[in-house]
Design a protein around this ligand. Structure first.
Ligand code: FES
Length: 109
């Protein structure tokens, strides 16, 4: 899969998400400040339990040593690395590789 330029790093918000459209996908982008260093994650925006495009409004945190995003609707936690729901093993959200090139965030989706 190709890397697609997605946005400028300044378009992102510390410790919060923004929504972006990639092809026909709604993607939630997160900038997580950990020990003074920014880490970037991309997941699907669709919450499979709340059944709405809201993951970019989720709350970032860590739980069971995983970096997670909590759905803003019913608060289930999803691993930012694997997309696995920590409360319901039958639920996942897609995760997409991202990388920083200069001042741009790129995604594989
Ligand atoms: S995130 Fe859209 S109404 Fe709450």
């Amino acid at each position: 899969m190709n890397w697609l330029p997605l946005c400028h790093l300044n378009d992102l918000i510390d410790n919060a998400g923004v929504c972006a459209k990639v092809k026909d996908l709604q993607v939630a982008l997160f900038k997580f400040q950990i020990d003074g260093e920014a880490q970037y994650f991309a997941t699907g925006n669709w919450d499979p339990i709340g059944e709405a495009n809201v993951m970019s409004r989720g709350i970032l945190g860590s739980l069971q040593e995983e970096l997670v995003v909590a759905s803003p609707l019913y608060k289930q936690h999803y691993s930012l690395k694997t997309g696995q729901c920590l409360e319901d093993e039958s639920k996942q959200i897609p995760v997409y590789p991202v990388r920083v090139v200069g001042e741009q965030l790129e995604i594989q989706a």
